[in-house]
Design a protein around this ligand. Structure first.
Ligand code: C2E
Ligand code: SIN
Ligand code: SIN
Ligand code: SIN
Ligand code: FE
Length: 514
């Protein structure tokens, strides 16, 4: 057919060294066997992006369609027009888009009868990507054709991958937050940039070096680092970033900025209330405009989501801090220096987990537990710190601390403080109904309240108080055995005994200095 075909048929070994890379699938649909063999021959040593090609063969429009249904990852379909019918090729092209809903595969129509159908009309109507005459089956022209088809196929796949990546990012940003969540999210962004933008065979990005940083208290702190930056978490980003990137941080105008510097890619998102998040990827280079655009889009979305999570995390952290500050105020007044609150928190958490509560609920109980004695703020010093047994009137005043703590906290609409209110109100109720302030019985007492009661007394007995000395663990065990079903929820006592070693460990871990 052409001189170039003879040139292309010189002996070249069939096995290529890049066999590990996935080949580009090329589907030839033609009722003429010769077209198949000529095309194969012309493209026998073709590669694109270091990946070889692989042929699939079909001999009618119908066969072509079922082959594509079976191989949705076909990159290019070379499609004959006239096969079992005059318009078999056109109908196949139409079915690929509308029935298979495959908008990725590049379709090239090939006709043996030039001028048979007007080219412009067909390209527009049938959503095909090129229209060639079979006289253009030479090696050179086929290579050029395939290059341009594969290039656009690759870019379409990349776009689609980016969309999937963004969906993943957005989905992960709505997941429930845990303590380590912001860090996980930041790490996820860094890792996903490679999944979104770089082809999978590009190993550099898979082991990329990058940081995600967020401004906390006026300082840009590294939240997550990958590669050489993996040990830089909590460092100041300014100290770590190459000097080429420094100036972008000085730009205080709100919005998203990104820049490809000689040191790598950096982008910054600054909100109108002057919070900032940055992503830096060392030595990262995009290879074309499309990749640059994808990277920009991805980072913009990621940083916006990052910012939302960061703000939420900051809020939670400040709530947690306030809780401990409030709790501490009580501890300081009551002269019982030490880690009582911390131990009650940890014991409550462990009990909650052993009850089978989900981690998030158990964590909430841990964070709210330090508020159980907040009401003691209202108890006079002379009573609170009396180094002896309280008399009747003193005891009546002391008992008000549960209700007072509840009243103080219940005005808040913050879930954590509301849980604190519940715990403050219920932590001195007893299973048998003899507790205070309300004399509730059994499961009328909230579960967090019952948990806090066990944790509070367990720790109080193990510790020294101004009015009592610390008990031996044997005595504590006896007390709980005795009070099972009286003072305490019997199931919680069972869990305490089943896991006693773990509870004692907490006691030792956060032991008071004497
Ligand atoms: P706390 O010292 O944190 O004790 C918490 C709970 O641990 C007590 O709640 C009680 O259930 C248990 N507990 C602590 N020490 C002992 C003990 O020696 N024997 C027994 N059986 N249980 C003990 P409770 O009784 O409702 O007391 C609430 C708070 O009232 C105590 O918190 C403490 O601040 C104060 N309080 C109770 N009794 C006295 C006392 O005799 N003198 C003084 N100064 N304060 C007391
Ligand atoms: C190839 O993909 O090069 C061989 C397979 C075939 O042509 O059917
Ligand atoms: C293929 O069919 O293997 C090519 C799709 C791609 O990974 O870009
Ligand atoms: C494909 O395999 O068809 C495209 C997805 C990819 O290249 O990862
Ligand atoms: Fe109390």
């Amino acid at each position: 057919m052409s001189d170039e075909l003879i040139f292309a048929s010189e002996k070249i070994p069939d096995a290529t060294p890049t066999v590990a890379l996935r080949p580009w699938k090329i589907l030839i649909v033609d009722d003429d066997e010769e077209v198949h063999s000529i095309t194969k021959l012309a493209l026998r040593n073709f590669t694109f992006d270091s990946r070889p090609r692989m042929f699939l063969h079909a001999y009618s429009g119908k066969e072509g369609l079922s082959s594509l249904a079976e191989h949705p990852d076909v990159a290019v379909c070379l499609l004959d027009v006239v096969m079992e019918t005059e318009h078999a090729g056109l109908e196949t092209a139409s079915a690929i888009r509308s029935v298979l809903k495959n908008s990725f595969v590049r379709i090239v129509l090939r006709t043996g009868q030039p001028g048979q159908a007007p080219e412009e009309t067909i390209i527009a109507e049938y959503d095909i990507n090129d229209y060639k005459e079979k006289t253009e089956l030479t090696r050179g022209k086929l290579h050029t054709l395939l290059y341009s088809c594969l290039r656009s196929y690759r870019d379409i796949i990349a776009l689609d991958r980016s969309r999937t990546g963004l969906e993943r990012i957005l989905a992960s940003s709505t997941q429930l937050q845990q303590k380590t969540y912001l860090k996980d999210f930041a790490k996820g962004i860094l890792e996903q940039i490679s999944a979104v933008i770089a082809p999978e065979e590009d190993t550099f990005y898979a082991h990329g070096h990058g940081i995600a940083a967020f401004e906390q208290a006026g300082e840009l702190k590294v939240i997550a680092g990958t590669g050489e930056f993996s040990d830089k978490e909590q460092h100041s980003a300014i100290d770590i970033l190459p000097s080429e990137c420094a100036h972008i941080l000085l730009d205080m105008t709100p919005g998203f900025k990104s820049q490809m510097t000689s040191a790598g890619f950096i982008c910054l998102y600054r909100s109108s209330d002057n919070h900032a998040g940055i992503l830096f990827l060392r030595d990262f280079q995009t290879r074309n405009e499309l990749e640059g655009h994808l990277l920009h889009m991805f980072c913009h979305n990621a940083l916006t989501a990052f910012e939302n999570i960061s703000l939420r995390t900051l809020l939670e952290e400040s709530q947690r801090e306030i809780v401990y500050m409030l709790g501490d105020a009580v501890e300081h007044r009551s002269q019982d220096t030490g880690f009582h609150l911390r131990r009650v928190s940890e014991i409550s958490y462990l009990l909650a987990k052993k009850c089978g509560l989900p981690t998030e609920q158990a964590s909430n109980i841990r964070e709210a537990a330090p508020l159980h004695d907040l009401g003691k703020i209202a108890i006079p010093d002379a009573i609170l710190n009396k180094p002896a047994k309280l008399d009747g009137p003193e005891w009546e005043i002391m008992k008000t601390h549960a209700e007072i703590g509840y009243q103080m906290l219940a005005v808040s609409d913050k879930p954590l403080l509301q849980l604190g209110a519940e715990i403050a109100r219920d932590h001195h109720e007893r299973w048998d109904g003899t507790g205070y302030p309300a004399g509730k019985k059994g499961t009328q007492i909230s579960l967090p309240g019952r948990i806090a009661a066990v944790a509070d007394v367990f720790d109080a007995l193990c510790s020294r108080r101004v009015y009592k000395s610390a008990w031996e663990i044997k005595q504590v065990e006896e007390y709980f055995q005795l009070q099972r079903g009286l003072h305490f929820d019997p199931q919680l006592v069972d869990l305490l005994f089943e896991n006693l070693a773990e509870f004692i460990l907490i006691q030792q871990q956060f032991a008071d200095k004497t």
